[in-house]
Design a binder for this molecule. Structure first.
Ligand code: OGA
Ligand code: MN
Length: 213
């Protein structure tokens, strides 16, 4: 198991260096996929998912023209959520050991895109204005068909050239540098579930290296 994970971390680190992103369609060893699927359905039943906003702090607001997903942040006090967080914590250490990125912590949310929902092209981070450095997206939808929409389109830095079309099938994981790749979620034709997350660097550290101008 340790060897498998080391091989996977090597592949992730190599891809981040070569291309700035990593993409696999195969469920990763040890990820609690089934219990996460059950968990998000349970959260929905409990009405625990809330419409996501855009912008930070006082600028935070709901914008229906930009994104239409419903989210809930993962918390360590529930078993399936804790399993995912701890998998991502091991990956954080694995990446730091290989690339010295100084990833400091990780935050992630479940997202539900109901039928018709989308998220227009955006960047997850702007240089010098955020401490999010690496985005992860993990998908939880069995049997996704190409006619069902909901693809994540990953664009080159120019925002025009398509690098990857990612179908949100269970077990697919995408990791990319948050300030480099514009991306969007095309309108989905069925309920679509994902976990989007961000590795962050320490605030003060970031301010020293990359001061806001
Ligand atoms: C995001 C995002 C993509 C997805 O939450 O910033 O781009 O496929 N999510 O859920
Ligand atoms: Mn995004």
């Amino acid at each position: 198991m340790t060897d498998t994970l080391d091989t996977l971390y090597d592949a992730i680190a190599d891809a981040l260096v070569d291309k700035g992103y990593f993409y696999t369609q195969n469920a990763l060893p040890g990820l609690p996929t089934t219990s996460l699927q059950q968990r998000i359905v349970q959260l929905e039943t409990e009405d625990a998912l809330k419409r996501a906003g855009i912008g930070r702090d006082s600028d935070h607001h709901i914008n229906n023209d930009i994104r239409q997903d419903q989210i809930r942040w993962l918390q360590p006090n529930q078993a399936a959520e804790q399993d995912y967080l701890s998998w991502m914590e091991h990956l954080r250490v694995g990446i730091n050991q290989r690339l010295f990125m100084g990833l400091f912590d990780y935050e992630c949310h479940f997202a539900h895109y109901p039928e018709g929902a989308f998220y227009k092209q955006h960047l997850d981070a702007f240089k010098g204005r955020t401490n999010r450095v690496l985005t992860t997206v993990y998908y939880l939808n069995d049997g996704w068909e190409v006619t069902q929409g909901g693809e994540l389109i990953l664009y080159a830095e120019d925002g025009n050239r398509i690098l990857e079309t990612v179908f949100p099938e269970t077990g697919t994981l995408l990791i990319f540098l948050s300030d480099r790749f514009p991306h969007e979620v095309l309108p989905t034709k069925r309920d679509r579930y994902s976990i989007a997350g961000w590795y962050r660097v320490n605030n003060s550290l970031n301010a020293q290296i990359d001061p806001a101008s």
